[in-house]
Every structure is written in structure tokens, then in C-alpha cells.
Design a protein. Structure first.
Length: 165
């Protein structure tokens, strides 16, 4: 099954041709490196470059979120122990819609309905194969252009613009 996901990811990454940023903290470092190796050449690694058991997740989440905010057709993958802290930090950056991915159904929903652009994965809760399956879904799902979804995204963007510092 792993080879199937690798094959699908390779095809999707080649076809999609979007920038994919990737980062982790110490809790997700090993998993980030494994995923990066599988989709090599398709990702820009924003750190860390080596394991530091004392690092803190916000700096990596902010770094990735800033990049996604500056490049509208890009996405980011974040890895930490739960995914939750990364999502909290990334969502502080204007234009970012970060989601904690915990199964394939939420992966599809995050892209399709919520137009998510940053995806966090909890290394303590997801096996690499499940992450690959979720990634495959994320990369081949298109945001729904239904009026209700666009209306909701606009409400979020309007709020961000109104309350930006």
C-alpha cells in the first residue's frame, strides 16, 4: 500500500506544480524528514535542519505561514507531536487557514470546504502511511467554489483585514 501512495504522490506533486513548504519542531522532525524524502524535490524545507530537542514550534509555524501568506498558490505541511500548537501559531498569520489533519475525511473537508492552505500532522497520533493517504487527498482535492463556502472564506478574510495590526 505504501508504494501505491508514493506513486500517487509523485504523480500529483508533478502535476500540481505548487510550492509546498514544510517544517516541524523536535516532536515532528523525524516524520518531516521521512515525508520530505518521499516527496523530494517538491518541498522547500523551512526547518529545522537538524534535531534540537529544545526547539519551540511557534518559530517554525510562523516561518511557514508567512511564506504561504506571501505565495497564494502554495501550501504548507507542519509536523509536531499533536499538530494543534502548530495550527494555533500558523493561524495568527493573515491569510492562513491552518487545520490539524487527523484522518482522510478531514483532509478532504479542509481543502474542499474550508480552503485550508496549511496542514498540520501529529506525529504521536498518525502513522506515516495515514499521512501519505491524507497528503494524496489534499493534493488532488480542489476547493469548492460553491457560494456558501466562498461567503464564509470572505467573512474570515474581511475580519482579518478589519482587525489587522
Amino acid at each position: 500500500m505504501r508504494d501505491f501512495y508514493l506513486w500517487i504522490l509523485a504523480i500529483i506533486c508533478y502535476d500540481v506544480c505548487m510550492k509546498i513548504f514544510i517544517a516541524s519542531d523536535h516532536g515532528g522532525f523525524k516524520l518531516k524528514e521521512e515525508i520530505k524524502e518521499i516527496i523530494e524535490g517538491q518541498v522547500l524545507d523551512l526547518g529545522p535542519q537538524e534535531l534540537d530537542p529544545e526547539d519551540d514550534y511557534p518559530q517554525f509555524a510562523f516561518r511557514v505561514a508567512e511564506k504561504v501568506s506571501q505565495e497564494p498558490n502554495s501550501i504548507a505541511l507542519l509536523f509536531c507531536r499533536s499538530g494543534s500548537g502548530m495550527v494555533i501559531a500558523a493561524n495568527k498569520v493573515k491569510g492562513v487557514r491552518a487545520v490539524d489533519i487527523y484522518n482522510q475525511k478531514i483532509a478532504e473537508h479542509a481543502v474542499k470546504d474550508n480552503h485550508a492552505n496549511v496542514f498540520a500532522f501529529g506525529a504521536d497520533f498518525l502513522a506515516k502511511e495515514e499521512i501519505l493517504a491524507c497528503l494524496s487527498i489534499i493534493l488532488r482535492t480542489q476547493p469548492d467554489q460553491d457560494e456558501r463556502h466562498l461567503r464564509r472564506i470572505k467573512q474570515i478574510t474581511d475580519y482579518e483585514n478589519k482587525h489587522a495590526n
